[in-house]
Design a protein around this ligand. Structure first.
Ligand SMILES: *[C@@H]1O[C@H](CO)[C@@H](O)[C@H](O)[C@H]1NC(C)=O
Length: 184
């Protein structure tokens, strides 16, 4: 599912280089990812990190659907932040409340993830609106996410991104990401 992907691509812009040109005052590093499904017959996948250099990782994996994705399929993106090293988390205002998958794809995914996904995956690329998604397997390889679609300023902390689906199958994708300010 695409929404899941959303997050996955959210990982590591560290290795993308050219950061000097970015207005963003922060950078991040992905610490872990995991994925689960409530029914492997319907949909599932796998996600893992690949080490690219000193403490820098990219995300790879796949996501399959054995059914065409119905309009009623819903997703929710929850973003939590911890300022005590991961002991406790509080929900952040950037979270995307439970909404239709296609709505999420036409907004959140399209605005924030799609351009990064183009470079490393066969996740959907579209101009206006996403057409109905048929049963298929998506793969992504060494994905990094550009911070361009994110706020210029983000506070330090450990962020937990959780994407959850509701409907014909419950898929969960979770990533822990550490944000720190750039040092000049
Ligand atoms: C998984 O989905 C299939 C197809 O809809 C269904 O037949 C099966 O009972 C489901 N399994 C579980 C554990 O829900």
């Amino acid at each position: 599912m695409l929404p899941i992907l959303i997050i996955l691509s959210m990982c590591c812009n560290l290795i993308s280089g050219g950061l000097a040109l970015s207005r963003h005052t922060w950078t991040y590093r992905i610490r872990s990812t995991r994925m689960s499904t409530s029914n492997e017959t319907v949909a599932g996948g796998e996600t893992h990190l690949e080490r690219e250099g000193r403490g820098e990782y990219t995300m790879s994996g796949y996501l399959y659907f054995n059914v065409d994705l119905p309009e009623e399929f819903e997703v929710e993106v929850s973003i939590y932040r911890s300022n005590d090293g991961g002991a406790t988390y509080k929900i952040e205002p950037y979270s995307v409340p439970r909404t239709g998958l296609y709505t999420a794809m036409n907004t959140f995914y399209k605005d924030i993830i799609m351009s990064s996904a183009a470079k490393c995956s066969n996740f959907p690329q579209f101009k206006d609106k996403l057409e109905p998604v048929t049963a298929q397997k998506f793969t992504y390889n060494k994905c990094v996410l550009s911070v361009d679609g994110f706020p210029t300023y983000v506070s330090d902390g450990i962020y937990k991104f959780e994407i959850k689906s509701y409907g014909l199958v419950e898929l969960v994708f979770e990533a822990l990401v550490e944000v720190s300010q750039k040092t000049f």
